[in-house]
Design a protein around this ligand. Structure first.
Ligand code: CP
Ligand code: NVA
Length: 304
């Protein structure tokens, strides 16, 4: 009997609506249990390998803590000090690492690297951020909005800023959670064409942050220079200058609008310092929910 193919989580679309709802519900439950000090050994004797080609604070801490709190163990691997940084093919690394652990989380530049790793992995692989997608962050964002407002269905979400990884994961979320997504990006910084085409019923594009934010229930932004784009930072600051989320911009949204940011945030650039401290900014809850949402995700993948 051939072994069962593992269930991967490379983009948000690797789960359907029901599965996504289940994961969010379970994340909220696991959070409550943790708050009550009730230990759940759901990852007893399980080992997670975490491979990082890029820096990380939240993703590493949340995955590593999730494993430790639930009775498992996490191994941190960076390309700098593993053979991955010395030219060992990703396919060979995938076969070896996956033969020794129960699950893999991987953060890379090219999305194709994660796909190739998954193809050769006999255990589930989770995308911990690529240049094109950040599905784990979306689980946390959805959980955070649901906790505050019940549901994203029928809501209006404005994405202001770069049309890359976070924005593209929001496009998939719009489909799965039934909300309208209005994207405002400078010209030339739109999401990939195939993503725009696929999600055109739920997602609109413009270069006008005010129009995007009008009557929005949630406003989201992200850094103007993502990891790997450090050399473009100065140039991008000029191009994105009119795209800062500040008090003036948010005055066009609904009065109870929520603000999210995957972090790290650059105050005075994509978001004003004032908005980061605004009571409707729920960025710290959002960051904490990485822990709970990923516990629910890993439990879901282990149970397949
Ligand atoms: N939001 C997020 O993924 O943060 P890190 O880069 O710190 O992991
Ligand atoms: N867009 C950012 C997200 C960081 C979590 C980046 O890719 O660097």
């Amino acid at each position: 009997v051939p072994p069962k193919a593992p269930r991967h989580f490379l983009t948000l679309e690797d789960v359907n609506r029901d599965e996504l709802n289940h994961i969010i519900k379970r994340a909220i439950e696991l959070k409550a249990l943790q708050r009550q000090g009730i230990a759940t050994e759901i990852f007893k004797d399980k080992v997670l390998a975490m491979i990082f080609e890029k820096s990380s604070t939240r993703t590493r801490v949340s995955f590593e803590s999730a494993m430790a709190q639930a009775g498992g163990h996490a191994i941190f691997l960076s390309t700098k000090d593993s053979q991955l940084g010395r030219g060992e093919p990703i396919e060979d690394s995938a076969r070896c690492i996956a033969s020794m652990v129960d699950m893999v989380m991987i953060r890379t530049f090219a999305h194709a690297t994660v796909e190739r790793f998954a193809e050769y992995s006999r255990v589930p692989v989770i995308n911990g951020l690529t240049d094109d997608h950040h599905p784990c962050q979306l689980l946390a964002d959805i959980q955070t909005f649901v906790e505050q407002r019940g549901s994203l269905a029928g809501k209006t979400v404005a994405w202001v800023g770069d049309g890359n990884n976070m924005c593209q994961s929001y496009m998939q979320a719009a489909e799965l959670c039934d909300f309208e997504l209005r994207i405002a990006t400078p010209k030339g910084f739109e999401p990939w064409d195939h993503m725009i085409e696929k999600h055109k019923d739920r997602v609109s594009l413009s270069q006008d942050p005010v129009a995007a934010v009008k009557n929005a229930d949630l406003v989201v932004t992200d850094t103007w220079a993502s990891m790997g784009q450090e050399d473009e930072k100065k140039q991008r600051e000029k191009i994105f200058a009119g795209y800062q989320v500040n008090r003036e911009l948010l005055s066009h949204a609904n009065s109870d609008v929520l603000f999210m940011h995957c972090l790290p945030a650059y105050r005075g650039k994509e978001v004003s310092a004032e908005i980061m401290d605004h009571p409707n900014a729920i960025v710290w809850e959002e960051a904490e929910n990485r822990l709970h949402a990923q516990k629910a995700l890993m439990e879901f993948l282990f149970n397949q």
